[in-house]
Design a protein around this ligand. Structure first.
Ligand code: FES
Length: 105
């Protein structure tokens, strides 16, 4: 397993950007004691989602939102519920939490 970050690095109900591979970063979203990770690439045009560094959330704070054309995604599923790629999904990355550390499995 590869260590990604500490859960405490992520503000609750927000996401941060972490390295993934030579082509992509990943976003890691925290919901209390759990987290979800996705390739940081919008299904619409393949660009990173964040508005500014580590800023992914919609104005109401409930959904991940692409900063380019505004597609919105449910944090637990990566399902796009609004915007030009409605019905598409972010690419989920398998992670595991142990002792407050987020690992890629
Ligand atoms: S690139 Fe994300 S909505 Fe268009």
């Amino acid at each position: 397993m590869k260590k990604i970050c500490l859960l405490s690095d992520i503000p609750d109900h927000q996401a941060i950007t972490c390295p993934y591979d030579d082509n992509y970063s990943m976003l890691v979203y925290r919901d209390g004691d759990t987290a979800y990770a996705y390739i940081n690439s919008c299904p619409h045009a393949g660009v990173p989602l964040e508005w500014n560094a580590h800023e992914f959330m919609s104005a109401d704070g409930l959904l991940l939102q692409c900063g380019t054309h505004g597609a919105q995604f449910e944090p637990p599923t990566g399902h796009c519920v609004h915007g030009p790629c409605k019905g598409a999904h972010l690419h989920k990355i398998a992670i595991k939490l142990m002792d407050g550390v987020v690992y890629q499995v």
